[in-house]
Unconditional design. Sequence first.
Length: 485
Amino acid sequence: MKEWTTEERYRVLKDASEIRDLYDRIQASDYRQTYHIQPITGLSSDPNGFIYHKGIWHLYYQWCPWGAVHGLKYWYHTTSKDLLHWQNKGVGIHPDIIYDNKGVHSGSGFSTDEELYLFYTGNHRDENWVRTPYTCLAQLTEDGQLIKQPEPLFGPHPDYTEHQRDPKVVYHEANQTYYILLGAQSKDLKGKVLIYTSKELLQGWTFAGELKVPGYEDLGGMWECPSIARIGDKDILVFSPQYTKLPRRGNSTNHNIYLIGKMDYENLTFHADGEYRHLDYGFDFYAAQFAANVKEEDKAILTAWMGLPDNHYPTEEEDWEGSLVLPRELRIVNDRLYQLPVQQIRELRQKKVEPTGRLPRVAEVQVKHTGGNAQLTLFSKSDGTGGLQLSYDAARKTVTIDRSQMELRFNEAIGEVLEVPLEEDLTDIALYLDRSSVEIFFNKGEATFTTHLYPTEQESSYQASPNLDLEIWMLRSSVTDDFVV
Ligand code: FRU
């Protein structure tokens, strides 16, 4: 693995020509995704500024141009009319003012319906590499220009550590107040959400206090990327706690969880109805963000980084890694969350594949389960060995997923086997396979599982136990992979 110096990681991109060769080389990779957003070069991580505005979905990602390394971060901009077909738009926000001199870190979008604003964390470092995070504001004008407000909205709060970032902006109609939720770490190294409020969107922000989440005072050492949405009459709070292990997550210390309940904006308290749950039970899912300005009240839209901090993926060798998960629709039925890829995904179906045991690399697989223990293996070799193995234990209502039999193994240290607990007996599974990922939705989205996966040419078969009925479609591509910087 390449060792990166600080200079290399924090090199400023001055001209698109500097990464043209890298882009050309990466195009030849066997693992470029076809219907998932991915970095044009280098590394993509968190989704940022996800919003619907004037008929267009805007979705940015954290981007480091030079290689598969976390260094100087930009927001890279993509847009879509349908949450399915995405176009590259080039750099959305450059780190080019003193307040963001070492990175434009994560944040969210806010639409007044007339104007589109982007709130982000300016990652400032001084000559001694001491970090100061600022909450910054920019506007994306109708003609595509980005205008940064020259001064930040506010700097760090002195009672917390340097980890204060990832502004999520919401407007609370009842008291006509704007709120910013910030991921933070207390001085005793606990994960927190800080709240700033203002009567105006563009100025007047003051610290209102810490979000109280009764029962969750001690969960993890930092909460990254808090995001909140309303679905029907429930609020859903998602965040990414770090520096702790959690049940069902192997040895990983990075997680993405949610609470359903009621957000009391007056008293800065989130009352959870029940225990936290994992947004996704897979290996590679983090920093999820709700889209802002979704007009339907009975659903939310969410995407996430398909990857984890501190993890490494085989395409690092090719100087790129990362992808966003498919945008998902979230609904709450009988107080339970259901997640499915946006319905439009059906438009990608092309030829139906005869179930002969050969698995296309890019496919949708719909599985019906007729009862009992079951076994499904994807990407096995022609002699039936290897592959990604899913085993359903009907007595425990649990699916065990094992990626250790794949030829290209990675992140073995966090564990290669995870379990998905189901509330109900298994009835159906929907799987979306792209060239370096698999997303799995159980029981119409009652639980989900996302993993990167890097099948080799020999790994192109599947096997299913007789109580599983499979339908397989090849899928069209829906992301353009053009060189736009
Ligand atoms: C989460 C995160 C955010 C931060 C960004 C920097 O993955 O650490 O908290 O803003 O990544 O890239």
